[in-house]
Write a protein that binds this ligand. Structure first.
Ligand code: KIV
Length: 276
């Protein structure tokens, strides 16, 4: 643990609201483990999302559906420990996995409580609008902050049948505007807008008091979120238009591993300086 890390003011739901009001943009990245969480907290990321994208990028599933609540809690514990080992500044939000909140308000509350009790995270994230309005209300009423998620909702991928941009048509756009209003009224402190047209995201952002966090939703959102593996270029094949790659770690790691294999084979590793 880095005991020398300077502790900073922890990002809260109130702070995010102030950031929106002051026109300060909110940065959000996903993380699934201790080491990455430490780096992201040190880098000044405002919110770390323990996304159920762990199902894809960590576990190798095709969708986010298979990940379990126990697996999410495992990732969340590691991330919270990472943030606590650094400046403790970043807010940590945990995705509630598929079928952990859809069956009933009571079960959703039990599972949200389980997530919050097992480690010191700050909030949970749920996908959906009017269908889960009562659930959002129930969870927030007992004091658990909820981040909403509208537009492309990966847990509903089998219903959509594709990962295409959502709400291009007027009817779906109107529904999304209504859902955004409902999510805010139900008590959410922020809402993710995934893969919707820039103009629509701007309209939602102007309409809501709570911050909007976009992914593939244009620059007008109050903040942006991306999957850490995507910005680091860890997956060579996956490079959608909304992802900006800040590094090509795939190549860097592969080259490093190749060099290591060669060094071992050639007996140039370990050297005498690397031995006892
Ligand atoms: O699971 C996830 O990583 C997410 C973000 C992409 C918003 O929900």
């Amino acid at each position: 643990m880095n005991t020398n890390a300077q502790k900073a003011a922890h990002v809260t739901t109130r702070r995010l609201l102030d950031m929106k009001q002051n026109g300060e943009k909110i940065s959000v990245l996903t993380a699934y483990d201790y080491t990455m969480a430490r780096i992201l907290d040190r880098a000044g990321v405002d919110v770390i999302l323990v996304g159920d994208s762990a199902s894809n990028v960590f576990s190798g599933h095709n969708t986010t559906l298979p990940i379990t609540i126990e697996e999410m809690i495992y990732h969340a514990k590691a991330v919270v420990r990472g943030v606590q080992a650094e400046t403790s500044r970043a807010m940590v939000v945990i995705d509630m996995p598929f079928m952990s909140y859809q069956l009933s308000g009571e079960e959703a509350l039990r599972n949200a409580g389980k997530i919050m009790k097992e480690h010191e995270c700050d909030a949970v994230k749920l996908e959906g609008g009017r269908v889960i309005a009562e659930t959002i209300k129930r969870i927030t009423d007992v004091g658990i902050p909820v981040m909403g998620h509208l537009g492309l909702m990966p847990q509903s991928i089998y219903k959509y049948g594709s990962y295409k941009v959502r709400a291009r048509e007027e009817r779906e756009a109107e529904q999304l505007l209504e859902d955004a209003r409902i999510v805010e009224e139900s008590g959410a402190f922020a809402v993710v807008l995934e893969k919707i047209p820039t103009d629509l995201a701007a309209q939602v952002t102007g309409m809501l008091t709570i911050p909007t966090i976009g992914i593939g939703a244009g620059v007008e959102c109050d903040g942006q979120v991306l999957v850490i593996n995507d910005i680091l270029g860890l997956n060579r094949e996956f490079h959608p238009r909304f992802v900006r790659r800040y590094a090509d770690l795939n190549t860097i790691i592969e080259n490093a591993a190749r060099q290591y294999v060669q060094d071992v084979r050639e007996r140039s590793f370990p050297s005498s300086e690397e031995s006892y």
